[in-house]
Design a protein around this ligand. Sequence first.
Ligand code: IVH
Length: 677
Amino acid sequence: MEPHVPEEIKEEIKRLVDEINYHNYRYYALDSPVISDEEYDKLFRRLKELEEKYGYVLPDSPTQRVGAPPLEKFEKVRHREPMLSLDNAFSYEEVEEFDERVKRFLKTDRPIEYTVEPKYDGLAIEVTYENGLFKVASTRGDGYEGEDVTLNIKTVKSVPLRIDLEPVPEEIDIRGEVYMDIEEFERLNKERERNGEPPFANPRNAAAGSVRQLDSSITAKRRLHFVAYGLGFSKGISFKTQSEFIKWLQEAKFPTPRNFRVVKGVKELIDAIKEMESLRRDFPFEADGAVIKVNDFELQRALGIKTREPRWAIAYKFPAHQGQTRIIDIKASVGRTGVLTPYAIFEPVRIGGVTVSRSTLHNFDEIKRKDIRIGDYVIVERAGDVIPHVIGVIKEKRTGTERVFPIPSECPECGSKVRREEGEVAVRCVNINCPAQVIERIIHFASRNALNIEGLGEKNVELFYSMGLLKNLTDIFRLKKEDLLKLPRFKEKSASNIIEAIEKSKNTTLSRFIFGLGILHVGEYVAKLLAKRFRKIEDLYYVEKEKILEIKQIGEKIAESVSDFFHREENIRAIEEMKKMGLKIENPEYEGEERERKSPLLGLTFVITGRLPEERSKVEEFIESLGGRASSSVSKKTDYLIVGEDPGSKLEKAKELGVKTITYEEFKRLVDELSKR
Ligand code: IVH
């Protein structure tokens, strides 16, 4: 029976939902919040409490935005109207030609009305609303069919979960771009480099990588934005022009393109493009061009589509920001996992409004491939790539005094030997007490998605380290206000803030904690997988590699790294010390017992040969749903070969290796048997 929910509770829930959604809109769409974070958190907690207590959750509740359990794969979604791409114009002449084509096609001499919008460098998304409620979100895919990223897009706070502007459209497909601000992009890349993960090349890849996550709780942690700019299929509402549509979007609380302009004729059009080009430096996001659209939808329909691009729109591409400069020096920095990353120091040069004086060279292979030497003149680009990078060397400018940068044999920070694993690009400092590594590990431990200790960022960690206050992770919990007050940078308030943040961080979750430990190859996703499988941190002490390999998504390299980490006495001692100082680790993600109950085939590998009474893929799905593994080839690791009619060569192989063979009926009986246990 449904639990009874009193009317006044329903009303309170509705009120809280509306209020929080309004504040989300103020914060994420308008960038002008009207309440403090604490007040917001209070409302949110109250809503969550009521929802949990009464099991009453409205479809547009903001609590539905935090991400959901990971998917196995993305389903496909067909777009009711194709999602088109855009033709490019690289000069004002090409914009003029576009205008002439439009007029020729429409057989008119009169000036055309156009709209001008920034071209957001992100990922195109379609969101379907039914009777005003957010239903499905999908990627563009091939234009006709994309991937279902509903759960991921729900976590993007500026996407409204409800349209409550009268008249509410029966059905409407709204297109727009999901993108990442430059600041968030840089933050994310720094974090990735600290984790030993490859950085994203540009905000577009970062946005795409964040949306195309089977685990939407990872998407939820990236600060993604949405901007609506296009209309797909609709029913029960219609618009005459792009500008009318954009106005409606604004009223319906969608973020809309910045500096949206309506112009008449090609001269005004080019002026508007120029204006956009000069304004874009101040945009918090990367705009790689301006999108020009014929404003009138009737005219758009008349112009139609040529193959994949509409005749009524074009993207004017801003020239890439490039510059020339000289490399004064090449150095290497040392990350959390000891990886040495080479970077170039330039004679400072202004590129696209930003002074560039250094850039990463990624790794030593890259230097060799591009033959980059100290003293070289190089071309540096800041295009969609906000982080500048060296495109190439101007070899004609070489004088013969340029010097090749040798791969260091010693760590530039601590002087220890470095090692290059076979088959790996990375060169590593092997001294785990190397100051650079220690500092990076502490920063990582305190970072937002780990223990989330506000105030323990790069600057303070470096300062505390140099003052001898922080020598390792456990020292964090030993910090005292008196120690901080001795430092010139700290006053009563700032010192207590940090101490309070540290206190707060002592209550954490297992996945955050594992992630924070900074184990080689263990990012957030793997940390979560581990937390699902292991109830508490102690269960990981001295864990064997094989035990970790039972987790389907984890491979040899990661399992080995985790097992190594938890076989080290000093690591376990450090964790135990933290516990003594009040660290409490909860594990809401643990699904062990439940999983075991539901997984009678756990740890067993099956292979199928021949025809079964059921479709093979169905049987394989069935096996995996019960925790087993369905493989396509027989090996020593196979536990059972299920043999159907007309078996193939797998049967021979199984006999050869001594793998047990069973019929489909025997398989069914085995499942029944194991399920009873
Ligand atoms: S309109 C036919 N407007 O650019 C209409 N697209 O190269 C096509 N984009 O797939 C989309 N900002 O991902 C439009 N203001 C904007 C845009 C924009 C960025 C992207 C979008 C599209 C691609 C086309």
